[in-house]
Design a protein around this ligand. Structure first.
Ligand code: PGA
Length: 260
């Protein structure tokens, strides 16, 4: 795992966007795994800026989102369909038919989840998966106790997640209790993982995920099992890492490292 610490949220987001853009530059028909939440907002803005100003091309890109609330129709302002449309898809040239967000309103969740997994395989798998982290250490909606080999399925949200997400709804009672989410196993199959986390509220979860034991209690710790996982942090999110100096030393010495 590579830990990359930046002074600010903006700098961290630019660096993470650059990592995603490099995958797209190497493979114009890249398959991107996308995340929602407040953390990746600036990353999406930077990708949109690169599209606008530098010609970063999404025409041949396919995307898969991690998760969606159960019960929210696509046009609901808090649905992840709506979030992606407003915050990303409307700002780049991705064909709508190339975007995939799990359905929150299917009549058969089990079949839908199997179809979603198959669709990811059919396009050749995800090249780079963007991830946030929950304050309870989750990736996507893989709450504590989720199997590290889980696949796309229906999950019951944990109370801390409902509390965290209540800020987007009029009241806590309106936050959906269930979600459909890619599994940890699904996520680990992506060829590259790019995690972003900022702010002091994420410091404990990041320390547990990066330096704690691999455990289904902190599903983000599964990143330790992945051969190409990059974790982009601002300083407050990195503040509880014991090995922080070493991570900074690695980044400092990177330009001089032998390349072949
Ligand atoms: P946030 O959510 O970016 O809104 O903090 C992160 C997550 O729960 O994955």
């Amino acid at each position: 795992m590579e830990v990359i610490i930046h002074k600010s949220y903006e700098a961290m987001s630019r660096a993470a966007a650059q990592a995603v853009a490099e995958v797209m530059n190497a493979k114009p028909n890249a398959v991107l795994g996308l995340a929602t939440g407040s953390t990746p907002l600036a990353l999406y803005q930077e990708l949109a800026r690169m599209h606008e100003e530098e010609g970063l091309d999404f025409r041949r890109v396919t995307t898969f989102n991690l998760d969606e609330y159960v019960g929210l129709p696509q046009h609901h302002e808090q649905s992840y369909h709506y979030f992606m449309q407003e915050n990303f898809f409307n700002h780049v040239n991705i064909p709508p038919e190339n975007t995939n967000v799990p359905s929150g309103t299917t009549h058969n969740y089990k079949s839908f989840c199997e179809w979603y997994e198959k669709r990811i395989k059919d396009v050749g798998g995800i090249d780079v998966q963007i991830l946030g982290i929950g304050s309870d250490g989750h990736i996507a909606f893989n709450e504590p106790g989720s199997s590290l080999s889980s696949r796309t399925r229906l999950k019951t949200l944990a109370k801390p997640t409902i509390d965290d997400n209540a800020r987007f709804f009029k009241s806590r009672e309106e936050v959906p209790i269930y979600a459909i989410t890619m599994g940890v196993g699904t996520i680990l199959e992506a060829r590259k993982l790019v995690m972003v986390a900022n702010g002091p509220k994420k410091a404990d979860a990041i320390a547990a995920a990066v330096e704690g034991p691999v455990s289904s209690m902190i599903t983000a710790s599964a990143l330790q099992l992945h051969p190409d996982a990059e974790v982009f942090l601002d300083e407050p999110a990195a503040s509880k890492l014991k090995m922080r100096e070493y991570y900074e030393w690695i980044q400092l010495k990177k330009p001089g490292a032998p390349r072949v």
